[in-house]
Design a protein around this ligand. Structure first.
Ligand code: HEC
Ligand code: HEC
Length: 329
């Protein structure tokens, strides 16, 4: 496993030089699928550098106080640490900010799946008046006199820094945030890598007793579907119904990946669960009733040891590379 870790890091620092040199630009863990990029946004070192620069830049908000990293903290797997994130003018949005790790593999974005393209995503928070609150046009004008950023935009996309360039560079940066270097990944290479408690938790997680892996399935711990898991007694957020207008989608939300879940709390679409212990208790009791609640969520009658094992297993999904700040790197 050590060799695999070194391999990732070496690639991270070499970066990529040419547009066709995709694999060295954004290294993908060997056991992950390749990332596909649109024709007009193949990764290059210049694009990645510009995206990273913009991600940490507060100029992207109307009052220059908020950057993407204000809600997606690198040291918490690019998620927020409070239930609802604070945008410009102290406004709180309606949802909890998720981790951005492995977003490259998601077929759609946001908890209702309302955004389909990662390369257009950045315009959503930039223009949202509860997040960064600035129109793309005004932002383009603001940055027109910033010669350093303009030079970077020319080097990356051969044109001035406009909405096209900004969202695409940010899309490249977000895709570079892949996470496949946890103790669970070590286990995939060496079945002895987990402790006895973690291994019992892993078996329980993948058993019909809990059904966890029916929804949190595969290498990314999500089936990318929308489900109601009975988390709340009352839902003020319509979830997927906002996109499809179907009553059967009311209060269903994207099944989140559980990678790095030990450091991405608070949890659920509105951040209403503070700890993994609360979540396991919730599932153990079968959750609140809701017309759209999945039949997979049933009382489980786990004993304290089993609950502790399940939580121990969830802790093996943390990739230590995303537990430190990287804004200065
Ligand atoms: C004020 C806080 C805030 C800021 C600033 C912010 N985000 Fe987010 N981000 C959120 C929240 C909240 C969500 C979930 C929204 C939802 O589900 O409707 C989210 C979701 C996302 C997602 C979708 C993840 C997924 O898997 O569904 C991406 C990608 C993303 N943000 C990238 C960015 C980028 C890039 C920026 C900077 C341009 C940014 N965010 C700025 C709070 C923020
Ligand atoms: C029917 C599908 C389904 C099953 C089965 C299921 N989950 Fe979930 N899980 C979800 C959905 C959907 C959410 C997000 C709900 C929301 O955003 O309100 C979620 C959220 C979570 C979260 C919070 C993650 C976050 O970032 O907010 C954890 C932890 C979790 N589940 C663990 C488990 C465990 C452990 C089991 C087994 C005991 C399990 N889940 C079974 C669908 C499921």
């Amino acid at each position: 496993m050590k060799n695999v870790i070194c391999f990732f890091y070496v690639l991270l620092f070499i970066g990529c030089q040419k547009a066709d040199d995709v694999s060295s630009c954004i290294p993908v863990p060997e056991h992950f699928p390749d990332i596909t990029y649109p024709d007009n946004n193949q990764p290059t070192e210049a694009r990645l550098a510009l995206g990273k620069q913009l991600f940490f830049d507060t100029q992207l908000s109307i009052d220059s106080t908020i950057s993407c990293a204000s809600c997606h903290f690198p040291e918490f797997a690019f998620s927020d640490t409070i239930p609802l994130s604070k945008g410009v003018n102290g406004a709180f949005g309606p949802r909890n900010a998720p981790s951005l790790l492995n977003a490259a593999y998601s077929p759609y974005f946001n908890k209702d799946g309302g955004v389909k393209k990662l390369d257009l995503f950045a315009l959503v928070p930039i223009e949202d008046h509860k997040e960064m609150g600035i129109s793309a046009l005004r932002l383009t004008k603001r940055l027109a006199s910033n010669t350093a950023l303009q030079d970077q935009a020319q080097a990356a996309y051969g044109r001035p820094l406009d909405a096209f360039v900004m969202t695409r560079a940010l899309g490249i940066f977000v895709r570079s945030l892949n996470s496949g270097d946890s103790r669970y990944d070590a286990y995939l290479q060496d079945s002895m890598a987990l402790s006895a408690a973690e291994e019992r938790g892993r078996v329980l997680f993948h058993s019909p007793r809990t059904n966890c892996s029916q929804c949190h399935e595969g290498i990314f711990f999500t089936n990318h579907q929308f489900e109601n898991n009975g988390a709340l007694e009352m839902y003020s957020d319509q979830g997927r119904k906002l996109v499809t207008a179907k009553e059967t989608d009311r209060a269903t939300f994207k099944v989140p990946s559980l990678r790095n879940v030990a450091i991405t709390g608070p949890y659920m679409h509105n951040g209403s669960y503070a700890t993994l212990e609360e979540i396991v208790d919730h599932y153990d009791q079968g959750g609140y009733d809701h017309p759209n609640k999945s039949p997979l969520i049933q009382p489980m009658h786990l004993d304290p040891q089993e609950k502790a094992d399940l939580i121990a297993f969830l802790h093996t999904l943390t990739d230590q590379r995303y537990t430190t700040s990287r804004s200065e790197q």
